[in-house]
Ligand binder design. Structure first.
Ligand code: NAG
Ligand code: NAG
Ligand code: NAG
Ligand code: NAG
Ligand code: NAG
Ligand code: NAG
Ligand code: NAG
Ligand code: NAG
Length: 537
């Protein structure tokens, strides 16, 4: 219904790879363009692919303790280091859970090279259950149009002020679990974070063997952001002697994640909203919502009044240039668009300003493109929680909504609606050796580098997670947003590259300045398009 090029992060200029559909394959006739054409092998066999990359399908057991359960392929995509010989491979995870690391490296290798340098081969992979890696987890098998329709209707209708509406949404979330439990095979039990961590160990062991080195000494180099932080520290907790250079960015409270509660994500969300009011005030007329206000507080009051008004009087949008059919925007929609825009101050704050400016005149057209929140793939998260936090009645869900509103008055209710409720009827359980039994203080073979923005609206637990890994350090970037790549900072790139290439950690409490700021004239942020993608971590 909406031009996909208008999705939130599509609104910005970015450096991007050519769309695959317009590629010219005349230049390299040996390269393949799909993982279906890549041989699968228990050793790493690389095939030239996607013009500038190499691809491998690594065959791994579904359950490493029970090889007879079956195998799956895990897809890897490598961008060779510009500096050869490479210092090693660095595995990348962009979050989700459920986001494709293959796609991320395909689209963003240039930006990743700017951040991580060119000494290592950059290796994206699709974790088990994601896109090119088995098992197949699409609950709407072979019917993407039906899935998209379902996604678009699932969230749009709930009114948290109204019990009958909440009951209906609660039933819908349960029906989703019942549906997926029937449409997916038993292999879905094996899509979970501890198993993916084990797959990463497998990768480095097989790689060591292929080079004639001892697999027992193999070390993982890794960059993971958001959910990728949880995957990274799960690996470090399970295989502490196999830790090489690990950078853990946009740090989730992994204990909260494994508990299934997802209650710690929004701890800094309201601070991020305050950051918008202050930035807008500082920017003056270059902020579209600024109206000669005499303080940030004035801007805040106007914004709060708009939200309150929309909650009582939703806004219709009937401009065919923006919608395919007459549409109504609710307070919940505005809060969703607000949260999505907080993921990056530099690109998102100008959007919040335009949105509020339109809404103040009761014009909702401008925010239509912001409503394209993509549903995160929850199955992996539900398997990781394994029923620990089970919202089993409407009453419990109601309490959960209130709890999250206490964490963030602006966006708590959105998180309570889109994130964990759908786990409640899913009937999958990983085998005992793929459950996670909690973190303990862990000494790793090389200290971990944690990284965090000064304010992160959805993951702000770098300091807490760092304490579980003595010797680790948290490096901060002075911006508001989710993940290092929402800004640009030479100080950050230099520190990361020093860590990767020399093993050196930055001093404790380093706060790096950034070269770009919100509302700065002529700023074109170079970020990987579509990341972060929709609401999620
Ligand atoms: C490029 O690849 C496609 C699909 O493999 C093939 O149909 C087409 O002929 C190729 N074009 C060239 C110029 O090699
Ligand atoms: C094709 O790509 C592969 C892998 O990137 C590379 O080794 C090979 O040299 C390329 N061939 C040509 C003709 O560019
Ligand atoms: C491969 O690299 C060339 C040169 O940097 C670039 O123009 C092209 O878009 C790249 N192809 C892909 C599929 O990333
Ligand atoms: C998933 O894989 C398919 C087939 O290889 C590809 O066409 C598609 O672009 C991929 N999607 C993502 C998000 O990577
Ligand atoms: C802001 O104040 C200036 C000077 O007082 C005035 O010219 C301008 O129209 C005002 N702008 C708005 C948006 O009220
Ligand atoms: C509403 O906002 C849109 C997007 O900014 C704009 O194109 C349109 O002209 C506005 N409509 C009115 C009636 O001002
Ligand atoms: C949640 O609780 C309900 C009712 O007790 C139960 O039927 C369901 O299996 C539980 N779900 C999970 C994921 O444990
Ligand atoms: C942490 O300690 C608990 C209790 O001894 C144990 O069950 C658990 O497996 C440990 N966690 C890890 C990641 O080793």
């Amino acid at each position: 219904m909406i031009d996909p090029s208008l999705t939130l992060f599509g609104l910005f200029a970015f450096a991007s790879a050519k769309p695959l559909s317009t590629r010219s394959n005349a230049t390299n006739t040996t390269t393949v363009w799909s993982f279906a054409e890549v041989a699968s092998s228990a050793s790493l066999q690389w095939t030239p692919c996607f013009e500038n990359f190499s691809c491998a399908n690594l065959e791994v057991p579904l359950d490493y303790t029970k090889p007879d359960v079956g195998t799956i392929n895990v897809a890897f995509l490598k961008k060779e280091a510009l500096q050869q010989p490479a210092m090693g491979d660095i595995l990348i995870n962009p979050g989700g859970p459920g986001v494709s690391g293959i796609d991320y490296v395909l689209q963003g290798s240039v930006i990743l090279e700017r951040l991580l340098g060119t000494a290592y081969n950059i290796v994206g992979f699709d974790p088990r259950g994601v896109n090119n890696s088995g098992p197949h987890l699409d609950c709407f098998q072979g019917s993407p149009a039906i899935r998209d329709y379902y996604d678009s209707t699932y969230y749009s209708d709930v009114d948290l002020k109204c019990l009958s509406s909440m009951s209906k949404h609660f039933q819908a979330a349960g029906a989703f679990g019942d549906w997926c439990s029937r449409s997916l095979s038993h292999e879905a039990n094996y899509a979970n974070t501890p198993a993916t961590a084990r797959d990463m160990l497998q990768y480095i062991k097989v790689l060591a063997e292929s080079r004639g080195e001892s697999p027992n000494d193999a070390k993982l180099n890794y960059y993971g952001v958001s959910y990728g932080s949880t995957l990274g520290i799960t690996y470090a907790a399970l295989f502490p002697d196999h830790v090489g250079r690990m950078i853990i960015d946009g740090v989730v409270d992994a204990e909260d994640y494994y508990s299934g509660a997802w209650k710690q994500n929004l701890v800094q969300a309201d601070e991020a909203v305050q950051g918008f009011f202050e930035s807008c005030y500082q920017a003056g007329p270059s902020c579209a919502f600024f109206r000669n206000d005499s303080s940030a507080k004035d801007i805040e009051r106007r914004a709060n009044a708009i939200l309150k008004d929309i909650e009582e009087n939703p806004i219709s949008v009937a401009d065919p240039a923006f919608v395919d059919f007459p549409t109504v925007i609710t307070g919940q929609d505005v809060r969703g668009a607000l949260l999505l825009s907080l993921y990056s101050a530099i690109s998102g704050f100008p959007l919040i300003a335009s949105m509020l400016s339109g809404l103040e005149a009761r014009n909702g057209s401008i925010m239509i493109p912001l409503l394209e929140a993509v549903q995160p793939r929850l199955l992996i998260a539900c398997n990781d929680a394994n029923g620990r936090y089970n919202i089993s009645t409407v009453g419990k869900w109601h309490d959960y909504v209130r709890d999250l509103e206490m964490v963030s008055t602006y966006v708590g209710e959105v998180w309570a609606t889109v994130i964990i409720l759908q786990c409640r009827s899913l009937q999958f359980t990983p085998p005992a050796n793929q459950l996670f039994y909690g973190f303990n203080t862990t000494i790793t073979s090389h200290p971990i580098l944690f990284t965090a923005n000064r304010i992160d609206p959805v993951t702000s637990s770098g300091d807490k997670m760092s304490k579980l890994f003595p010797g680790s350090v948290v490096l901060k970037q002075d911006t508001i947003g989710h993940g290092l790549q929402v800004a640009q900072s030479d100080c950050i790139s230099r520190s990361l590259q020093k860590f990767l290439e020399c093993g050196e950690l930055p001093p404790e409490n380093t706060m790096c300045d950034t070269e770009v700021h919100p509302f700065q004239a002529g700023v074109k942020t170079k970020r990987i398009p579509q990341y972060p993608r929709g609401l999620g971590i």
